[in-house]
Write a protein that binds this ligand. Structure first.
Ligand SMILES: Cc1cc2nc3c(=O)[nH]c(=O)nc-3n(C[C@H](O)[C@H](O)[C@H](O)COP(=O)(O)O)c2cc1C
Length: 206
């Protein structure tokens, strides 16, 4: 098979876009819809839009540590399968108290192995977007996720949302495009090792 034919068989990257705020009237929805539109313009990306307001995960209530993957509850098994299925993530996160939103932290804490060795990007917003984004990056890295070099920090998000729509400038568009490209590159680098790892795990586990 020629190299050209091979390229046509490269599977799409399955990217999970997670909106981290669950507040009614959240600024996060227009920001996330902007990121969604940016992704829709990219070829080879399948988007799974996750609204934590709809997933309704309770505060992390699994009796066993996530690393064991012995989940008691259906809500965890469903969340696990969805995250397992994703190749990469974009977290859209508001700055809360110099950190990031607790609903997102909770959703991350539920799982462990499902996140490992997968790339992620961050769109943070609010005046403390840079600091909140930095905290989120540290937490995600501690779960084995691999950060994109570029992050998008929108300090003036409030003034950019009008009538439920987010208005980006050219710089934000460029930075979001760069982040998506970083994620793609990381996905291409990391996914062969991940697939080999899961084949080994399948053999070991029978
Ligand atoms: C609980 C809470 C804590 C916040 N803490 C900070 C903060 O430490 N620094 C900051 O710049 N903005 C802070 N903000 C402002 C939010 O970043 C800003 O309102 C953002 O738009 C909230 O996102 P959301 O509307 O999608 O929930 C806080 C807002 C809330 C609700």
């Amino acid at each position: 098979m020629s190299e050209r034919q091979d390229l046509t068989h490269v599977p799409n990257m399955r990217l999970m876009l997670i909106i981290g705020s669950v507040r009614p009237g959240r600024c996060g929805l227009p920001v996330t819809l902007w990121a969604y539109d940016m992704l829709m313009d990219c070829r080879g990306v399948d988007i799974d839009f996750v609204d934590l307001m709809e997933t309704n995960l309770p505060f992390m209530n699994e009796p066993k540590p996530p690393k064991l993957k012995q989940y008691e509850y259906a809500h965890t098994r469903e969340w696990s399968a969805r995250v397992e299925d994703a190749d990469a993530f974009i977290f859209v996160a508001p700055a809360y108290n110099e950190g990031f939103a607790p609903a997102l932290r909770n959703a991350m804490d539920y799982l462990a192995l499902e996140w490992q060795s997968k790339p992620f990007g961050i769109v943070s917003y609010g005046q403390g977007a840079s600091e909140g984004g930095a905290r989120l990056k540290e937490s995600a890295r501690s779960l084995g996720l691999v950060p994109a070099r570029t992050t998008v920090a929108i300090r003036d998000s409030r003034s950019r949302v009008q009538d439920g729509e987010f208005f980006a400038d050219d710089e934000l568009v460029r930075s979001c495009s760069r982040m998506i490209e970083d994620i793609r590159r990381l996905h291409a680098e990391l996914s062969p090792a991940r697939s080999a790892g899961s084949r080994v795990a399948e053999r070991v586990n029978g």
